[in-house]
Design a protein around this ligand. Structure first.
Ligand SMILES: Nc1ncnc2c1ncn2[C@@H]1O[C@H](COP(=O)(O)OP(=O)(O)OP(=O)(O)O)[C@@H](O)[C@H]1O
Ligand SMILES: [Mg+2]
Length: 281
């Protein structure tokens, strides 16, 4: 019996293929994470499961610890001299802070895209995509590099816009294109998780939309965690959501987390309801 493809199947056929050598989807889990800057505790026993192949949105008012939590998820928090940390971060059940594990492995497996697009401005588009390979000491032939550049730019939704100017400087792209270039650069080292800290806050609505579509497609191959102040964006792209709050100078905690549709449709906590409906923050 033959059947006509549903609209969903047809749409899926048009998406760029997930690379055959893509690593398996990974779950990220924070267990009892507490963070300090000097004497000041900024997160208190935060636990959260970020499901494999899903998009988890972290929301909450300014200063409640979202970026700190995100940086803890790929060992960037420890770069701050006064920073301290307790708790565990498990990537598929293995603690990335285990002293036996190398820092570089955690950073490679768990990539980060920042609020302000930060390509290397003088480097070409091609070199920008490949920059991570040098840092991680990955060797690749010219043809492998060409294939990787095309695949990463395609998956970041930028290939058709830059295919004929790969040797032009990355700094010559628009803000939205630069952000997609940074996504392509992150993908080149084959991360299992992509962390994004307000990746669209400096972008216009059209670029924002393109990045959101890119995220939804990427979630088929990498677990995504995004911090956003844009409630519509959280509702549009994320599967699960966590609401952070730091009340009156106390450390940040997660007030409520769960499926995004439930968090927005029928929040259990009044503070979540007030926040997602724009009544504070
Ligand atoms: N490098 C640092 N040194 C000292 N304190 C810091 C540092 N970075 C952040 N903090 C403090 O930690 C707390 C949490 O900050 P964080 O940047 O994680 O908040 P956030 O939720 O990301 O806020 P926003 O929405 O404004 O980006 C804040 O009180 C902040 O002042
Ligand atoms: Mg922040």
């Amino acid at each position: 019996m033959t059947s006509t493809p549903t609209q969903d199947e047809t749409a899926t056929d048009l998406l760029p293929a997930v690379p055959a050598d893509a690593p398996a989807l990974a779950q990220l889990e924070a267990v009892g994470v507490t963070a300090w800057f000097g004497q000041r505790k900024v997160l208190d026993r935060v636990s959260l499961t970020m499901p494999a192949g899903g998009i988890t949105a972290l929301i909450g008012p300014s200063g409640c610890g979202k970026s700190t939590f995100l940086r803890i998820l790929n060992r960037m928090h420890e770069l701050v001299p006064s920073a301290a940390l307790a708790g565990e971060v498990l990537l598929d059940g293995e603690d990335i802070y285990d002293p036996e594990r190398r820092l570089i492995d955690a950073r490679r497996a768990i990539g980060m895209v920042f609020q302000k697009p930060n390509p290397f401005p003088a480097m070409s588009i091609r070199e920008n995509v490949l920059a991570g390979l040098k840092l991680t000491g990955t060797k690749a032939s010219r043809s492998e590099r060409d294939a990787l550049v095309e695949s990463c730019l395609t998956r970041a939704g930028l290939w058709t816009e830059v295919r004929d100017r790969l040797d032009a400087p990355g700094g010559g792209l628009s803000g939205g294109q630069q952000q997609r270039l940074c996504i392509a650069r992150s993908l080149a080292v084959k991360p299992r998780v992509l962390l994004m800290d307000e990746p669209c806050s400096a972008l216009d609505p059209t670029s924002t939309r393109v990045i959101e579509e890119t995220m939804v497609e990427l979630a088929r191959e990498v677990t995504i965690v995004i911090v956003t102040h844009n409630m519509q964006q959280a509702a549009r792209v994320s599967d699960t959501c966590a609401f952070f709050l730091a009340a009156h100078g106390t450390p940040g905690v997660i007030v409520e987390h769960g499926r995004t549709d439930a968090m927005f449709g029928s929040p259990q906590d009044e503070r979540t309801s007030d926040y997602v409906n724009g009544r504070f923050g």
